[in-house]
Design a protein around this ligand. Structure first.
Ligand SMILES: O=P(O)(O)O[C@@H]1[C@@H](OP(=O)(O)O)[C@H](OP(=O)(O)O)[C@H](O)[C@H](OP(=O)(O)O)[C@H]1OP(=O)(O)O
Ligand SMILES: Nc1ncnc2c1ncn2[C@@H]1O[C@H](COP(=O)(O)OP(=O)(O)O)[C@@H](O)[C@H]1O
Length: 553
């Protein structure tokens, strides 16, 4: 019997994979399914997802913006497995992964486009819509997926070596001597060293019970997002994989101008990927996946959206009029509705935020004021919601309190809130040289806040509005993908001393419930974006009336 051509190709690739593995078997502690090309904006000193990679970036995307997973199985899995369609898109652009990279070599060695089997996800996960089966089916689905995938395991191991090597190099470069990995950690193997030094990301705004399952910082500028062991993991992984594939296809078709161009789905995904954090693959710990399941400790490796900020202020808006899927059970629906019934009206809720505002009495030692999900759910009417958004884009408190403080201490300063201060001369007489320098720095800082948006951060709001409009345009065009409980993550610079004080970024995150349907327009998400746009407009108008908009702009 003749062996089909695709099978021949597959075996050939597998043979190559084995060869790579034999060459450098030093690390086998992890598997990674996909190291996507990394030669995107930020690596080149540009914006993540923006700039150098034209395959991924819509022309109008903003340019000036500048412990492990507890296993849970209660989520129903996707139903029966489908026959796999083997991808033939393994890239030949593998580069050596000996772990000796330096930052200067990063650019040249990073791009390793290895798409494992996006078609598997296409076939099995996404096209199945929101179909669900019993939890036993999860094993079956995962089993069929990973049995096949196991054949390219060696190839993946080689790629893992690249990723791990890079991570280690970065760790070594970024660790201070006191925080260097211990000898025992080193002996445990490189990936353990990486894992043992993982810390929760500094600023996590929202997220699925983030206390239970925090994202981790992965040096130097990545995050590892832990995946639950249920259909949400497959959905999110599948969606990221498909975006990657779409970008590759788009490139292969020479920006859509090649033979036949690209199909609509590819085009939509490729354009959407500009809003998502860059994705580099699935990282798992040793020992998982043997039985064909998604290994217990599995993480998505993503670009850290906050990485280029000094004091990132992060807001997580959970989008859509509903946070349950269409086929959810009665209880789940009710639970989700009860959390925030107003979401059906507004089309979004604030899922969480961390705002750098050290002058606020609520701020923690790190200067951040934390707004938890309960705070977001407390915004019951439009006015409260608008006030809430104003608060999230405000550093007024910093300014006011700072002035009040300085007014008290330094009689010549602006007095807010009164308080009998001593005269400036007296104060100065009491100040040591060091203290005087500190006072001067503080004054400069206040002045900078005043000049550059003390109070409501109007410039940031203007930019937020601009980026939302771009997202709205995509959502209007989208007739395939339905997002449930996805978020718009908005990050802006909170450090008034930072030269990039006006920088901000908008990203779409959390694709655990994305499904594809013909005509699957996502009105709920779009409605939420429109509500946000209207609120931002009103806030800016008000600022203009107060004469503050011009001052900031
Ligand atoms: O698993 P948990 O207990 O963290 O519950 C999740 C909720 O966290 P919370 O209870 O509010 O802390 C979580 O709530 P939030 O979105 O964080 O408000 C979600 O509802 C999540 O469901 P899904 O993945 O969006 O379908 C919820 O997951 P399921 O309960 O649906 O599995
Ligand atoms: N790529 C990223 N870079 C930086 N922070 C991120 C990134 N992705 C998520 N986060 C942070 O983690 C939080 C939760 O992310 P999310 O994907 O919604 O997780 P979950 O699926 O657990 O809800 C976000 O609110 C954000 O603060």
């Amino acid at each position: 019997m003749a062996i089909p051509k695709s099978t021949q190709q597959f075996y050939l690739l597998t043979a190559f994979a084995s060869l790579f593995t034999i060459i450098g078997v030093t690390i086998t502690a992890v598997t990674i399914t996909h190291i996507l090309e990394e030669s995107k904006g930020e690596e080149e000193g540009e914006e993540e997802n923006v700039g150098s990679d034209s395959s991924k970036t819509p022309p109008d995307i903003p340019t000036n913006t500048p412990a492990n997973t507890p296993v849970r199985s209660k989520k129903p899995a996707l139903s029966k497995p489908q026959p796999l369609v083997r991808s033939s898109s393994l890239s030949s652009s593998y580069e050596r992964g000996d772990g000796t990279s330096t930052l200067s070599r990063r650019k040249s060695m990073i791009p390793s486009t290895f798409t494992i089997t996006p078609e598997e996800f296409e076939a099995m996960l996404v096209k199945r819509g929101s179909a669900r089966g019993s939890s036993g089916d999860l094993k079956a689905v995962a089993g069929s997926l990973f049995q096949d995938v196991k054949k390219v395991h060696e190839f993946r191991t080689t790629l893992v070596r690249t990723a791990t090597g890079r991570a280690l190099t970065w760790l070594d470069m970024t660790s201070s001597p006191s925080s260097s990995p211990t000898t025992s950690a080193i002996n445990k193997g490189p990936f353990d060293r990486v894992f043992s030094s993982l810390k929760p990301i500094l600023v996590q705004a929202g997220g699925l019970s983030w206390k239970k399952r925090p994202l981790h910082h992965f040096p130097p500028d990545f995050v590892l997002k832990p995946l639950p062991q249920d259909s949400r993991a497959y959905r999110e992984l599948g969606f990221y994989e498909r975006m990657s594939l779409a970008c590759e296809r788009y490139k292969e078709s020479k920006g859509g101008r090649g033979k036949g161009g690209v199909d609509r789905e590819t085009d939509l995904l490729r354009r959407f990927s500009a809003f998502a954090p860059s994705y580099y693959g699935l990282v798992t710990r040793e020992g998982g996946g043997g039985g064909g399941e998604l290994p217990k400790s599995s993480f998505l490796l993503l670009k850290d959206t906050t990485a280029t900020f000094s004091r990132p202020c992060v807001i997580d808006f959970k989008m859509g009029r509903q946070c349950y899927e269409l086929d959810s059970g009665v209880q789940k629906r009710q639970d989700e509705i009860n959390k925030y019934p107003e979401q059906a009206t507004f089309g979004f809720r604030v899922s969480g935020a961390n705002i750098y505002d050290p002058g606020d009495g609520e701020a923690g030692d790190d200067g951040y004021v934390r707004f938890y999900k309960q705070w977001g759910r407390g915004m019951k009417d439009r006015k409260t919601l608008k006030d809430g958004i104003v608060r999230l884009f405000t550093q007024e408190t910093t300014l006011r309190r700072k002035r009040a403080k300085e007014g008290q201490k330094v009689g010549g300063g602006v007095k807010v809130g009164g308080g009998g201060g001593t005269s400036k001369e007296d104060s100065e007489a009491e100040l040591t040289e060091e203290e005087e320098k500190a006072r001067q720095r503080k004054e400069d800082r206040s002045e900078r806040i005043r000049k550059h948006g003390g109070g409501v951060r109007c410039r940031i709001l203007v930019e937020f509005r601009r980026q939302l409009k771009i997202l709205a345009a995509w959502l209007k065009d989208n007739d395939r993908f339905t997002f449930t409980a996805s978020s718009v993550l908005f990050v802006y610079e909170g450090d008034p001393e930072c030269p990039g004080f006006d920088n901000c970024k908008l990203r779409a995150i959390d694709f655990a419930h994305v499904v594809e349907r013909e005509g699957g327009r996502d009105a709920g998400f779009l409605d939420g974006v429109y509500t946000l746009l209207r609120l931002v407009d009103e806030i800016l108008r008000k600022q203009e009336e107060l004469g503050k908009l011009r001052e900031d702009l």
